[in-house]
Design a protein around this ligand. Structure first.
Ligand code: SF4
Length: 329
């Protein structure tokens, strides 16, 4: 059988939602000739989204550094000497001022990230006030605060939280090479609490951490076989930060990154696929290839938590050059 025939899903290229993707099917998609993979990703993309629209999110670090976890890619772990200083939780007014500025710059969703293993209930009081305040500005709200209990997820939902980000990062098999302070099962449990509370899920991973293609297959398979696909799927390229265990990790071939985006698009047809960390080091041509592969969301603003991101002017110029426009929520 040809590579192309092998990778044809049972329910065809514009596939309706499936939650039974096998690793064999997903591997076959990764192995398609690049133009065929891009064609299929575009076909699926156009069945569900306008190819010219990009969802714009802004991410603010509301509590930076000093995290007790040992995620090998993360400059905010207290275990690595990366020059990131531990800071206290930001004040409510400062967060709302940032959200107003993000809205004025064109962002429709405001994400608040805190470097915690899990939030303490007294911290959650403040975060809930932030969520309610951002929501009152007419923006979609998103938070990433670490592991949640069922009760904490319900509190966030009541405060007006639309999305919760909690990445699976990589395949179940490779996870222990990257993080030892929590398990894949912990991650899935929090995702379950978020879903049960009625909050949209933002969940994806990072590539270029030394994983194999089979790990990338395993990561996409896990995401695409969740009982409901995450509404947002961020695909991050590792940013090698000095002081972290992955600082000298060789760069992943960018075509492999684009392939990962395309396979995410094909297997999770109605999800917004976000081109996330690592964009600062990508050429505009690579980013355009990612949009062709079905990415339809970016983080906007010069900083992603603690790592650099393209400036707003550069992104605006790129959107104009590509004839693309912000997605209205
Ligand atoms: S990725 Fe999150 S949980 Fe892991 S060390 Fe960084 S801030 Fe902590």
């Amino acid at each position: 059988m040809s590579l192309i025939a092998e990778a044809t899903p049972r329910s065809q290229a514009t596939a309706d939602l499936r939650h039974d993707w096998t690793r064999t099917e997903i591997r076959a998609l990764f192995e398609l000739p690049f133009p065929e993979l891009m064609f299929r990703a575009q076909t699926v993309h156009r069945a569900h989204f306008s190819p010219a629209q990009v969802q714009i999110s802004t991410l603010l670090s509301i509590k930076t550094g000093g995290c007790p976890e040992d995620c090998a890619y993360c400059p905010q772990s207290a275990r690595y000497d990366t020059g990131v200083r531990a800071e206290k939780l930001m004040a409510l007014d400062a967060v709302l001022a940032d959200a107003r500025a993000a809205k004025a710059a064109g962002a429709s969703r405001f994400c608040m990230g805190a470097a915690w293993r899990e939030p303490k209930d007294r911290d959650l009081d403040v975060v809930c006030a932030m969520v309610a305040g951002v929501k009152a500005l007419g923006m979609e709200t998103c938070a990433t605060l670490g592991m949640l209990t069922a009760a904490q997820a319900h509190r966030l939902k009541e405060a007006g939280l639309d999305y919760y980000n909690h990445n699976l990062d990589t395949s179940p098999e490779f996870y222990g090479e990257i993080i030892t302070t929590r398990t894949y099962g912990d991650r899935l449990r929090t995702l379950g609490h978020v879903r049960a509370a009625g909050i949209h899920v933002c969940c994806g991973g990072i590539v270029g951490m030394g994983e194999t293609r089979d790990d990338r297959v395993g990561m996409i398979a896990t995401l695409a076989c969740l009982p409901e696909h995450p509404e947002s799927v961020p695909i991050n390229m590792l940013v090698q930060v000095a002081g972290t265990p992955l600082s000298a990790e060789p760069k992943l071939d960018l075509f492999e990154f684009v392939r990962t985006v395309a396979v995410a698009r094909i297997t999770m047809p109605r999800s917004v696929v976000r081109l996330s960390a690592g964009r600062e080091d990508m050429s505009e041509e690579t980013q355009a290839l990612c949009f062709l592969a079905g990415a339809n969301s970016i983080f906007y603003g010069p900083k992603l938590l603690t790592t650099p991101n393209p400036g707003r002017d550069r992104d605006r110029e790129l959107m104009v050059r590509l004839g693309m426009e912000p997605m209205v929520p």
